[in-house]
Write a protein that binds this ligand. Structure first.
Ligand SMILES: NC(=O)c1ccc[n+]([C@@H]2O[C@H](COP(=O)([O-])OP(=O)(O)OC[C@H]3O[C@@H](n4cnc5c(N)ncnc54)[C@H](OP(=O)(O)O)[C@@H]3O)[C@@H](O)[C@H]2O)c1
Length: 319
């Protein structure tokens, strides 16, 4: 697996206790199934797993520590919540490394655009002593990505990647500009929630708000089905192939070996320009927005803080 050119990334934000998995995904899988999914990822040469401290309410990194062999690659994030304090990113890395049972992480991300320079400086320090391979930023606007890149360049460190929300129903003008910039700058663009938490796979949906959106996506599903039939792939795979064709590295939440296999197969499918256009037109006509992430809450809070409508303490309570 070439970390500089990953085909897909396996997302782990639903890996947790049986109760947690039931709540977030409506079903739980045992650790044996996760281990089999990991083995499938190794067999398919896509063993790159993304995590963050909050995933599984803290349990995810520990599970990964138990089921991931050394040859699997790991991406983890520092989530800056509350008041900035020097040393927090390094503390977070140390906790992650301990839970994951590793002394080196392939990619470390700044999860939100908070105290960008202070936090990146700590990531640079980790990279300089060989504890992380690459530095990325997540949920950043284009201007924030540029700032991060310029800051890292002062230390001769390239910006590895941007990890933002991107899917067939979530790719606004800002995301498209950011993607184009990444492509120009040889910065990887990882798109999170490629399947919109199952909405684009017509998986059994836990949230009523997603079930409501599903009904409004009939036109898109129909185009996805036609495109999928032409390539011999299913709906989830069309959503994944769409991102790949757009030049986005799809991040797919997988807990089962079959899902890993399907994602790896989909990453090998290139859609035509016409197919991409048809899919995007159908998505736009449905007028359905994708899921919101914690980054939207974070940005709303930041703008309240900047305009004086909220206080910095709101951030610590709500992000
Ligand atoms: N940087 C950030 O701020 C941020 C934010 C959100 C997410 N992320 C990353 O992005 C990753 C992906 O997002 P996500 O996990 O929330 O959701 P997702 O990948 O959009 O969707 C996961 C859902 O799709 C289902 N699924 C997966 N493969 C399938 C297939 N082949 N056929 C049918 N259904 C399939 C899963 O089924 P099961 O229920 O059976 O597992 C699950 O219900 C996360 O795990 C995380 O690593 C990053």
């Amino acid at each position: 697996m070439d970390i500089m050119h990953p085909k897909i990334v396996i997302g782990t934000n639903s890996w947790g206790s049986p109760l947690y998995e039931q709540v977030v995904r409506g079903s739980a899988v045992d650790e044996g199934t996760l281990a089999a999914a990991v083995q499938e990822a190794l067999d398919q040469d896509v063993a790159l797993f993304d995590t963050a401290r909050a995933y599984g309410l803290g349990a995810c990194a520990k599970i990964m520590g138990r089921v991931l062999p050394d040859e699997a690659h790991v991406s983890a994030k520092f989530t800056p919540i509350g008041r900035h304090r020097a040393g927090r990113l390094i503390d977070s890395f140390e906790r992650d490394a301990r839970d994951l049972g590793r002394d080196y992480l392939d990619v470390y991300w700044l999860h939100l655009p908070s105290d960008i320079e202070g936090n990146l400086l700590e990531a640079v320090a980790l990279r300089q002593v060989g504890l992380i391979g690459h530095i990325g930023v997540s949920n950043f606007s284009l201007a924030e990505c540029q700032l991060a890149q310029e800051f890292l360049a002062r230390f001769d460190v390239p910006l590895y990647g941007v990890q933002n929300h991107f899917s067939l129903v979530s790719h606004g003008p800002e995301e498209l500009r950011t993607l184009a910039w990444c492509q120009e700058q040889d910065v990887r663009y990882w798109g999170w929630a490629t399947l919109e938490e199952g909405l684009l796979a017509k998986a059994s949906l836990r949230l009523a708000s997603l079930r409501d959106r599903e009904q409004r996506l009939a036109r898109l599903y129909s185009v996805m089905e036609t495109v999928g039939n032409d390539h011999g792939i299913n709906l989830a795979q069309v959503a994944i192939a769409y991102c790949r064709t757009r030049g986005v590295v799809p991040m797919v939440g997988c807990r089962r070996p079959a899902h890993v296999r399907e994602a790896a197969d989909a990453a090998r499918v290139g859609l035509t320009h016409t197919e991409v256009e048809l899919l995007e037109q159908a998505a736009e006509l449905c007028g359905v927005e994708g899921i919101s992430g914690s980054c939207e809450v974070f940005r709303r809070l930041m703008s309240r803080v900047r305009t004086g409508a909220g206080t910095r303490d709101d951030l610590g309570r709500s992000a």
